[in-house]
Design a protein around this ligand. Sequence first.
Ligand code: GRF
Length: 195
Amino acid sequence: MSRRRLAILLSGRGSNFEAICDAIGDGRIPDAAIVAVISDVADAPGLNRAVERGLPAFPIPRGSESRREHERKILTILDSARPDLICLAGYMRLLSPDFVSRYRGRILNIHPALLPKFPGLDVQRRALEAGELESGCTVHFVDEGTDSGPVVLQRRVPILPGDTVETLSARILKEEHRAYPEAIARVLKELPRRT
Ligand code: GRF
């Protein structure tokens, strides 16, 4: 049977993307391959990592074009890469309803908070400022809202006295790197193959 096809969308560092690659490599995500790594930031470190790993890497900066035109370019790449699953890994743009409906049930995101608490941006700081005693990460399906789709799995971490945005973010990120591959493997198991 052919391998499950993953596409990655990222905008920056790409540590979750690399965690996914490593999990494919050691079998935690069985029988899968990354068929496209797309970034809206041309010099994103994650895109360079993709090139170093010999993966098909596509810089698609937005520039002055409309969201629709920008997404059309991304969709053209995706439509020819034919992914089973699209994994947002630090992709810093909202997807349009058209995009979401074209790949409904086949787009995952990872978010550094325990949704539905703290959707959106700057969430580690917001969790600290709210006096939370714990935080964590959430892998969820993407729908038309902001970080609002069905949850696949969550991992919790404590918030410790003296934590800063940096220390909390690092603690959460470590869990993200375990949670995202586990969630992808779980979703692929249930996901019908594309015909
Ligand atoms: C992660 O914290 C992820 O939860 C959020 O963006 C960050 C991306 O980090 N969506 P990286 O690019 O995967 O290192």
